[in-house]
Design a binder for this molecule. Structure first.
Ligand code: URA
Length: 234
């Protein structure tokens, strides 16, 4: 994701945005070895090499975190109601954001990154990455409803479907494991509530093949891009 050159220079701490513009006009800024004087120039902070006079700006590094999200956190970078966010759980100086959303009280797999392209790829509906959830509902799931959930239900005129649905424990019909490729807001809850069930507890067990992998709620680990690629189901 490209950003304006003066913004990038300012974020690197070398000069204010306004000063950075002066430097650009004065021909003191190089991108990949070439002087640029055009104020509207954009750079890719992860790829381009920028010099201001003879100071080389630090290129941004892409970072990835795998969090087991606890209850009571919103998946956003800030909140107008001052609720805690999943970003608050991660100790980093990088400007990271959550990849997709989980509800305030949903637990489980949550990825955070500063890599916008990766985030778009993994969340884009056309890429069909699977989300697996463990769902506790308020009453036994009837067989006829199980069939409806697997054949599809219209939510806001768009059909939603679970591609798999199984009971987690023998002889218990209130805890089910569902799989979907949907990223719509409150999707799982809306699927169940459309048939009269209330979701009492929701955990995302895996996303694109990535699971919480022994992390307790609130714990996270750093992944490299290679780790992510290896974990991801293609
Ligand atoms: N579906 C929901 O209803 N909530 C979530 O947090 C995730 C999927």
């Amino acid at each position: 994701m490209e950003i304006r050159l003066n913004k990038y220079i300012a974020e690197s701490g070398v000069a204010s945005r306004r000063k950075a513009e002066e430097y650009i006009i004065q021909g003191r800024v190089l991108i990949n070895g070439k002087v640029v004087k055009e104020l509207a120039t954009k750079v890719d902070p992860f790829i381009d090499v920028v010099y201001v006079d003879d100071v080389k700006l630090k290129r941004k590094e892409k970072v990835y975190f795998l969090l087991n999200k606890p209850k009571g956190f919103i998946t956003s970078t800030s909140d107008e109601k001052n609720r805690r966010t999943v970003v608050d759980l991660i100790n980093t100086k990088e400007k990271i954001f959550p990849v997709g959303r989980l509800d305030y009280n949903t637990t489980g797999v949550m990825l955070l990154t500063n890599d916008g392209e990766f985030s778009n790829r993994i969340t884009h509906p056309k890429n069909n990455f699977k989300r697996v959830y463990i769902v506790k509902i308020d009453k036994n799931l009837e067989v006829k409803d199980k069939e409806k959930l697997l054949s599809g239900i219209f939510l806001d005129k768009k059909k939603g479907v679970f591609t798999e649905l199984s009971y987690v424990k023998e002889r218990s019909y209130r805890i089910v494991r569902v799989t979907s490729v949907e990223g719509r807001n409150h999707f799982v809850k809306r699927m169940f509530s459309s048939l009269g069930y209330r979701v009492a507890d929701l955990e995302r067990e895996s996303f694109a093949g990535i699971s919480t992998d022994g992390l307790r709620q609130g714990e996270y680990k750093i992944l490299s891009y290679n780790d992510i690629e290896n974990l991801m189901e293609k």
